[in-house]
Ligand binder design. Structure first.
Ligand code: NAD
Ligand code: SER
Length: 319
């Protein structure tokens, strides 16, 4: 039997680096091809094949899928919420055209599985704020959210019409130390740990009481792989699954950091990202994912903060 060969597009981003390394452990280094517009991330160097690819170049993508015998595609290339508000049409065109290119090629070449992440940005001010359900009003007000909303329904369409086995998760804000976040509204929850260690202070671009759904990267990587490995008959949602890790405000994460760095101080200077955050839910109901493919998070604010601070300190020592 032909062993699976995976293509990860956007492999040098915040999620891509860790997902590539995790999938290489499972499938073998040469069975996971990392692709991105940018230069190869140093953490990926020497761990497996790397190609420079613009996902908007459909012909090149198609040739690569055929030549490399790709059987699974993970599409991570996107413009995130904060950068998206600076250039809304660019966010729309990259986020939706990349997905359509991948879905069409997957259909033609009978690619076995496709993964594409959605986001909590698919919700808007009219969605319930607390424990936002799987099925609810979806009226996003950001360009990024609109592109994720449309993308979810394209996934659903390609599954039902062409039987493309495409799977998706609505990630909350993701927190990690291996590679830097790329222009999201939830990025403050990564920056705060670095600034706390380097300067013992952080100037937050969101208000102190802004609660958002968040997740530590190891949980997000595990969720992604568990969803992709689940038997197809367990997948009842073909738009995108809600998953939840934790919910906290800048004031609460600062209080947690203070337990490790007593002199740490936070100030607040809300900017254009505040209305984006205000348009999203504060927490997510993930009961459908828990039921369908047994999703369960492992980290909370306390365990994540200890792990983040320990690993950022280690990175500094190694430098
Ligand atoms: P990122 O910005 O860190 O990484 C995206 C990568 O895509 C970058 O390395 C970039 O160079 C690459 N890319 C951009 N344009 C490309 C193109 N034309 N061709 C090939 N590569 C291109 O993003 P991320 O945080 O890793 O997010 C990955 C996915 O997960 C996105 O769809 C994002 O919307 C989604 N998501 C992320 C979060 C989060 O908190 N990080 C939350 C919800 C959803
Ligand atoms: N973390 C992402 C962002 O803030 C949510 O999709 O854009």
């Amino acid at each position: 039997m032909l062993k699976d060969k995976i293509l990860i597009i956007g492999a040098c981003g915040q999620i891509g680096v860790e997902l590539t390394l995790a999938l290489r452990k499972i499938y073998g280094n040469n069975h996971v091809v990392a692709a991105d517009l940018r230069e190869e991330n140093p953490l990926l160097k020497g761990t497996g094949p790397y190609v420079t690819l613009d996902v908007l170049n459909k012909e090149m993508l198609h040739v690569m899928v055929i030549r490399q015998n790709i059987t699974q595609i993970y599409l991570l290339a996107a413009i995130l919420s904060a950068t998206g508000e600076k250039n809304p049409l660019l966010a729309w065109s990259l986020n939706t055209q990349s997905l359509l290119n991948v879905l069409e090629i997957a259909e033609i070449e009978k690619v076995k599985k496709v993964y594409w992440p959605s986001s909590i940005a698919v919700f808007g001010p009219s969605s319930p704020k607390v424990k936002c359900p799987q099925k609810t009003i979806l009226e996003p007000t950001t360009a990024y959210g609109i592109s994720k909303f449309a993308g979810e329904f394209w996934c659903n369409y390609f599954f039902h019409r062409y039987k493309v086995d495409v799977r998706s998760i609505r990630y909350p804000g993701l927190i990690s130390y291996k590679s830097q976040p790329g222009g999201g509204t939830t990025d403050y929850a990564v920056e705060i740990y670095y600034d706390a260690l380097e300067e013992k202070k952080y100037n937050c671009f969101l208000k102190e009481d802004t609660y958002l759904p968040m997740m530590y990267m190891p949980d997000a990587i595990r969720a992604t792989i568990e969803l992709m490995e689940a038997p197809a008959e367990r997948i009842s949602v073909r738009t995108s699954y809600n998953i939840h890790g934790m919910s906290f405000s800048p004031k609460e994460i600062a209080a947690e950091i203070k337990k490790h760095i007593p002199g740490f101080k936070i100030t607040y200077n809300p900017d254009y990202r505040q209305p984006i955050a205000d348009s999203w839910p504060q927490s997510i109901d993930d009961s459908v994912a828990r039921e369908d493919w047994k999703w369960k998070p492992e980290y909370n604010l306390e365990s994540m903060s200890s792990d983040m601070l320990k690993n950022i300190r280690l990175k500094k020592v190694e430098r």
